[in-house]
Design a protein around this ligand. Structure first.
Ligand code: KG4
Ligand code: ZN
Length: 347
């Protein structure tokens, strides 16, 4: 412990980013190194688990060294090691957790297991000038990424309720699949964003992700807060089958309409979810979408609630949110028997 500051080394390997970070006192990011594997997976149009975990094995030692080096600190200054233990790809999670156990054991440091989804919700708080989470409880939480789409009500970090989620594809997955259909490449979110420039978002009225059956929405889930994106992808596919030339002649219009349908599925649900809440707190790679950010900003102003968005570098998967969440008390003390939880629920 140095001068009362608590330093946490965070490790994140749940999907296709290898990342390590050093965060002081849960808020102050001293370093965050992220190595994206996107070039390795793009030929396949999605993440290949075997390639992902092997690449984590190769990259992680150097990335941890860089994170410590960039922070100007060494292992002796660390107070704990935090690692994502779920949800995510089992083989990828195993690489990060095994490494974190090795570091914790060899350096005599406590090991903290962190839920990746809770960490995404913590990502907007990685800035010392943002109010602390406790000042905003209860808030609504939105996580939109390549693997997850969920809405939570957060009374406190240990009192989170899942109120909405996707019943099929995640929002980022919808971007990725749409981009593949339009021949725009992977990852789809940025590709669709680029292609949509100058396009007409009203060119096609794609479905807005409504869930029509109560079958999937049990327990605390509310049907009007749940999402379904698979119909959107099907609708685009059928449209392209009927008008094969539109892929070339109307790329911008189709990309803009497709993106609009995803944004317009998310924003109104957030509007409902923030009722009775002080803020909407967001995280995940899809939050990089400028149209979604501005739609959420307008909604929050209209609803009279605060909107907390992560800085762009903390939207996608990163270890700063893992170290930060652990430093803020969201990590669970774990032993060397910490197991991975590929299907860990957000709450
Ligand atoms: O959070 P993330 O890095 O990884 C997961 O935990 O899944 O999110 C990746 C997802 C991908 O599906 C990607 O297409 C999407 O975030 N994404 C975007 C944008 N940038 C990345 N989606 C929409 N607009 C963007 N600008
Ligand atoms: Zn993620």
């Amino acid at each position: 412990m140095c001068c009362g500051t608590m330093f946490v080394l965070g490790i994140e390997t749940s999907c296709d980013e290898t990342s390590a970070a050093v965060v002081a006192d849960g808020r102050d990011v001293r370093s965050c190194v992220v190595a994206s594997q996107v070039d390795l997976h793009s030929p396949y149009g999605g993440v290949v688990p075997e390639i992902a975990c092997r690449s984590h094995v190769e990259a992680l030692p150097g990335i941890v060294e860089d994170a410590l080096g960039n922070a100007g600190l060494d292992f002796d200054a660390m107070d704990a090691v935090a690692v994502t233990y779920g949800p995510g790809l089992a083989s990828s999670l195993l690489v990060g957790t095994a490494a974190a156990k090795g570091f914790a054991l060899s350096r005599g440091l406590p090991l903290l297991g962190v839920n990746h989804l809770a960490a995404h919700l913590f990502s907007p708080f990685l800035a010392p000038d943002v109010p602390p989470p406790a000042a905003l409880f209860p808030f609504a939480g939105l996580v939109v990424s390549g693997g997850h789409t969920c809405l939570l009500r957060v009374e406190a970090w240990d009192r989170m309720t899942l109120v909405g989620q996707t019943v099929d594809d995640a929002a980022g997955e919808a971007f990725d699949k749409g981009a593949t259909l339009l021949g725009l490449g992977y990852p789809g979110g940025p590709a669709i964003d680029r292609a949509a420039t100058g396009g007409d978002p009203a060119f096609v009225a794609f479905p807005r992700g409504r869930v029509t059956s109560d079958r999937f929405c049990t327990g605390s889930l509310r049907r009007e807060l749940c999402f379904s994106f698979s119909g959107l992808k099907t609708s685009l596919r059928q449209l392209l089958e009927g008008h094969p030339d539109w892929k070339e002649t109307h790329t911008a219009d189709l990309a803009a309409s497709y993106r609009e349908a995803i944004v317009d599925a998310i924003v109104p649900r957030c509007r409902r979810a923030v009722e009775g809440c002080r803020a909407l707190v967001c995280g995940g790679g899809v939050i990089l979408n400028a149209r979604l950010r501005s739609g959420l900003a307008r909604m929050a102003e209209d609803a009279g609630c605060r909107l907390l968005l992560p800085a762009p570098r903390f939207c996608g998967d990163n270890a700063a949110m893992i170290a930060g969440a652990a430093g803020a008390g969201l990590g669970e003390e774990a032993g060397l028997d910490l197991d991975v939880a590929p299907n860990l629920a957000p709450a």
